[in-house]
Design a protein around this ligand. Sequence first.
Ligand SMILES: Cc1cc2nc3c(=O)[nH]c(=O)nc-3n(C[C@H](O)[C@H](O)[C@H](O)COP(=O)(O)O)c2cc1C
Length: 188
Amino acid sequence: MTTKNILLCVTGSIAVYKAADLANRLVKEGYNVETIMSHSAREFVAPLTFQTLTGNKVHTQMFDLFDPDHQVEHISLARKADVCIVAPATANIIGKIAAGIADDMVSTVIMALDHAPVYICPAMNTKMYENPIVQRNIKSLWAMGYRFIEPKESRLACGDIGRGAMADVNVIVNAVITYLQSVDKNGK
Ligand SMILES: Cc1cc2nc3c(=O)[nH]c(=O)nc-3n(C[C@H](O)[C@H](O)[C@H](O)COP(=O)(O)O)c2cc1C
């Protein structure tokens, strides 16, 4: 069995620290994890954390001049992915995907994906999550086949209590592994 490639897209929420745990868990399960971090995500946690946990360079820049493999990085990342996880997913990235915006490495690679399903794990303040625009974007992405792992109710980092905390890492790991194992069973 060949090693499966997981593309982990990390965007700017306080829950970025949980994505480090997610990366760690997936690597320990035997998967190759490629991480892309948005500019905002890098305000919370340094790429070095993900680089160390995954053993891979963290992708951040669209216009990286030095590429030893001479590949168009966003396309090769998208082609190689067996599954993509957006965790944490901000209101902003959900809106950008829904609107077809590709203005940074995260949104461009998601746009360029071919066969890989995308698991979106929203994390945001309850009012943001309940905002009709965010809910409309979620519904429209859902209808297009994007998969959502719902946020849970919790005391949020801002002090509010309500829905918006990123789903537990266990829940995300189980969903993704179940998918990858089903692909293996079907011989793809
Ligand atoms: C302390 C702090 C916490 C934030 N947490 C969230 C969050 O949990 N969810 C969210 O959607 N935006 C959050 N934001 C706002 C995003 O970082 C902001 O919308 C940013 O433009 C998102 O960019 P990105 O989607 O490219 O990462 C937070 C901002 C700050 C300063």
